[in-house]
Design a protein around this ligand. Structure first.
Ligand code: ATP
Length: 306
């Protein structure tokens, strides 16, 4: 019989998590996680250090066993079919292990061999080139960032249906962070679903259509990235042709005057609906108007202050 606790495999879902729990001794790392990611999505998984992001991803790939709850990847149970799941997914762990005496090329060929001929070597070369990764260098001489690039290439090399990435841009300089995000966008355009954890709000904001925020082992929010930023405070800077009386502006619902410079220049903050303030401005001699949306970072901070 179908119950509300059953995770039904569905063709539209890349990830289905229901009631996932995991404790390490007394530490309750996951306290009942529910999350669904649709096929074709780029999904950001945000949370501070120790929130449970890595534990969630490891449970998904059956690298550790949860204490309770269920997870399905691409409709498959990773505990029952780990090989099938791993063949169709790409994974970038937080800390990759390499053979120090290998060159980058030998290490990547090693990863490629494990993929049983499903890797097109030319594509590996393209990925390495996009990331300015020199195949001839020895692993032991690589910087942290260059090691991270090998991890990114091995996750993408077999063009998986689903990518699970634990902080993919960790250790990379801003230019390379951007390039990795470009590669992810490209993979997504080619049909790959992407689930990635991150601390960097701006990169999540730039690529992910939806985000989940995890805090102390619990999902505190799942939302479209755009709605998360839209729903909070907007900042407005208005320049007037001549000094105005601001009484009517400050009495509008949700409006708070932040600064006022001689009556000509006003900065205000609007919570919620913008319509009343726009109407009130309509009767004033507005010269110029600028609006500023809060960044995901600001939104994220408000969650943590709650
Ligand atoms: P970060 O952003 O720092 O990587 P995270 O969100 O990935 O953090 P997890 O690594 O999943 O968080 O850790 C969740 C909690 O479980 C933390 O309190 C952590 O200390 C604890 N934990 C994780 N792995 C182990 C382990 N092997 N043994 C004991 N405790 C662990």
């Amino acid at each position: 019989m179908k119950t509300s606790n059953t995770v039904q495999p569905g063709p539209d879902w890349a990830i289905q998590i229901h009631g996932l729990t995991k404790a390490y001794g007394k530490v309750r790392a996951l306290r009942g996680i529910d999350l669904q990611v649709q096929r074709g999505e780029i999904f950001g998984f945000l949370g501070p250090n120790g929130a449970g992001k890595t534990t969630t991803i490891r449970c998904l790939l059956d690298m550790i066993r949860p204490d309770g709850g269920k997870a399905l990847l691409l409709g498959l149970n990773p505990q029952a079919e780990p090989v099938a799941v791993q063949a169709r997914t790409g994974y970038l762990p937080g800390e990759m292990q390499y053979y120090d005496n290998f060159t980058v090329e030998r290490q990547l060929r090693f990863f490629s061999d494990m993929r049983n001929g499903r890797v097109e070597w030319r594509y590996v070369g393209e990925l390495a080139e996009r990331l300015s990764l020199d195949m001839k260098l020895q692993i032991k001489n690589l910087s942290k960032g260059n090691k991270q690039k090998i991890g990114v290439v091995q996750a993408l090399m077999h063009r998986p249906e689903l990518l699970l990435l634990d902080e993919p841009t960790s250790g990379l300089d801003p230019l390379m962070q951007q390039e990795v995000m470009n590669l992810l966008r490209q993979a997504n355009t080619d049909g790959t679903t992407i689930f990635f954890s991150s601390h960097i709000m701006s990169e999540v904001e730039s690529v992910a259509a939806r985000v989940a925020i995890i805090r102390a082992g619990e999902i505190v929010e799942v939302a479209e990235t755009s709605s998360l930023t839209r729903r909070t405070l907007n900042r407005l800077t208005v320049r007037f042709k001549r000094p105005v009386e601001i009484g009517e502006l400050s009495s509008q619902p949700g409006v708070q005057i932040l600064s006022q410079d001689g009556g000509n220049l006003i900065t205000l903050q609007v919570a919620g609906d913008m319509e009343p303030i726009v109407r009130a401005l309509g009767s004033l001699p507005v010269l110029d108007l600028e609006t500023e949306r809060p960044s995901l970072e600001e939104v994220f901070m408000t969650y943590y202050q709650k």
